[in-house]
Design a protein around this ligand. Structure first.
Ligand code: 4GY
Length: 233
């Protein structure tokens, strides 16, 4: 079973992530586990501080390496995964490699994912060198902390676990793993404010429907995500 461990100074942000939709069902059916750790519980500072001023000067505060190192070490020894390969410590930051569907697929095969959520102006570089196995980014923009990116990883990974999302839907995500966008979808009514559902979808001709969907999927990817289109399988 996959266990995800989160290291954060704001544990409350994660309180509701297990309470909705297929993710809630995944936890109810014991397909995965989520543990939230408060970084402040690991600081040796008597005032529970986990940040300090940057060496060399500059604005803002930097997260200390010590509490993060101790938290990760504690969680690693607690989980004791058979084989180091099944356990990865992730640091979420704009400097990381881009998170892709292929990366989520890889992460979903692990036994234990430990996610470090940064805050403030940045994190001591020694966290990257000493603690994190991999630095990941959810996109080229800057947020106030790693908590929302961590939720992106939780959601994206858990839906790939066997039994979390229904069979038909998992086949659709397979099509994203070909690096193609999904074709347009419609449901009732057949006409809304003058906009009609394409005739072919109402025709009942499944060969034509499949052809239409494949073409739309290719056209859409070429137009909206040319970088993906070049990598299509
Ligand atoms: N983009 N992808 C991201 C982010 C916030 C300062 C380190 C991102 O993953 N994380 O913007 N994170 C920063 C805030 C400390 C994390």
């Amino acid at each position: 079973m996959l266990t995800i461990d989160i290291i954060t100074i704001f544990p409350k942000i994660f309180e509701n992530v297990v309470e909705f939709g297929v993710i809630k069902e995944a936890f109810n059916n014991n397909l995965c586990r989520l543990n939230i750790y408060n970084l402040r519980d690991f600081t040796l500072d008597k005032h529970k501080k986990v940040d300090d001023r940057p060496y060399g000067g500059g604005p803002g505060m930097i997260m200390n390496v010590q509490p993060i190192y101790d938290a990760a070490t504690f969680i690693k020894s607690k989980n004791r995964v058979a084989g180091k390969e099944g356990q990865k410590v992730l640091l979420l930051s704009p400097k990381g490699g881009r998170l892709t569907q292929a990366k989520l697929r890889y992460l979903s095969g692990l036994k234990n994912i430990i996610i470090i959520c940064g805050r403030y102006e940045g994190i001591d570089e020694r966290v990257t060198e000493l603690v994190a196995d991999e630095e990941l980014s959810i996109g080229d923009y800057v947020l106030t902390g790693g908590e929302i990116p961590a939720m992106v990883v939780i959601d994206g990974v858990l839906r790939l676990l066997p039994g979390v999302v229904g069979k038909s839907e998992s086949l659709e995500c397979e099509s994203f793993e070909n690096n193609l966008l999904d074709h347009p979808q419609y449901t009732r009514p057949p006409i809304f404010k003058g906009l009609k559902v394409p005739d072919v979808l109402l025709s009942g001709n499944h060969v034509n429907i499949e052809k239409w969907r494949k073409k739309k999927s290719l056209d859409l990817t070429k137009e909206k995500k040319p970088d993906l289109f070049d990598k299509k399988i």
